[in-house]
Write a protein of this length. Sequence first.
Length: 589
Amino acid sequence: MCGIIGCSGNFDAVPVLLRGLEKLEYRGYDSAGIAILCENKIQVVKCKGRLANLREKVDEGMFRGCGTGIGHTRWATHGEPSDVNSHPHISRSGMFCVVHNGIIENYSMIRENLIENGYEFVSQTDTEVIAHLIEFNFNGDVVRALQKTVNQLEGSYALGVVYSGTPGKIYSARKDSPLVLGQTASGCYIASDIPAILEYTRDIFIAGDGETACIGRESMEFYNSMGMEIKKIPIHVDWDAGSAEKEGYEHFMLKEIHEEPDAIRRTLANRQFDKMEIGRPGRIHIIACGTAYHAGVVAKYVIEETSGIPVEVSYASEFRYRKSIAGPGDLAIIISQSGETIDTLFAMRKAKEMKSRTLAIVNVVGSSIAREADDVFYTRAGPEIAVASTKAYSTQLAAMFMLAKKLAGNMMRSEELELIPGMIDMVLSQKEKVSRFASELHGGKSIFFIGRGLDYALSMEGSLKLKEISYIHSEAYAGGELKHGTIALIEEGTPVICCMTQPHIFQKMVGNMREVQARGARVLVITTSSFREQAERLTDMVVEIPDVDPLFSPLTAVTPMQLFAYYCAVLKGCDVDKPRNLAKSVTVE
């Protein structure tokens, strides 16, 4: 979703803003812009399209010596992508300029009131009303005007604001959208996400819901929702700054797939579950979106198999609008890579209202979901830049296996988990074979994934990964459901990815595989070493994964699916790290 960057210091702001926006490209955007405060005048440069377009429009020479500014990458919600709808947005007098991530639900009413007071609007956005409203509420004190303004807003927002009358200051406000702040001896910074400012400071302040701030080169003032000044303690980020760089890989996605073994090792080394008194819940509700939802489906199979506790997996966007389905004695597990996914956050709040215990599985320390949950487990995947999640998904699976072990106790053997990272390294050694298979199959207009049990749960993620970065239509089906309608879609040359890692239903999957082959499908099989020879007698396209406890096979079998999606997208010339219409962190409904 939209990216925010702001800085003020004894440096030129333009290169800092552009570098920060570059670090936020992964969030997804369709336009970009910056605003520079120079000699008590705010100057805005913005345009539709990629950052390269903005760089062409910015004359850094005219901003030399100007150290205060804000920048933005926009993912369109209100109004089409265009130069005029791009952020930043400036107030009528030119005194205030705003960047915004989120959605203002009552902007139409505010807009009408401002029009009645003589304000004119040039964009279709909900954000422009904020700039005008701050000016309308201004009576000499910027912080008070900002606080009064946010109290009139309904919806979600992270705001970065500059005022022409206070060079060296940036103002911020936050509700339900992520915002971080930092300060060094040379200046101060705000951003939507840590990677944008990590090269300047590792001591990060996390803006809380309802909080506003005024930060400068020598001071930082934080205020709660009541307008009272508060003290905040920074968190120290120990990421390797290089984690947010490609380090020689063609794309972040390929780099992050190769980082899965180490990411899983870090997750398995996390002992946070050991400190939790979870007991035995009556029911478990797993709540998530997208890729995290698919991790939850795998977890449902594993937890029910090993502990017998009934598990329901819900899309967060559906859970929050259903009638009460959770209650006291239940455990709600909230899975989110960013910890800021808006539907997931609101669904967790509903579960808390229903008196269920909440456990967050997140990657980002200090995120909203992590702060509000009763318990939190950090997956330690490190920064994930590509929009399509890979190592974050794998670490979510690892975390859920660890939780399943805690719930099942001695009923579940987990020793083999420690061997998984080495097994993934073995799978990665076959990437050239996966690339060759992708070159043979990527031309299909539709590609289907089939499996049974855990393999079906895994197929859902494989299908999502393919469609979101290659734009090839793809669906995942339970093998036994083929005869109930889906097989009508299979025709000569249709690619089918068949996941076959579960010994007790392997022969059933052989039958399903023969069904699609009889109708002309070209089949790629992902299977274990024990079944490789049998699979090779059925098809000439087989990717072998090491033998492992069948419960843990999703951790090894997902890697070839991710590689297949990656190579298909590369062969089609797609923007792998920044697929169209998608955003990394979905912070609007």
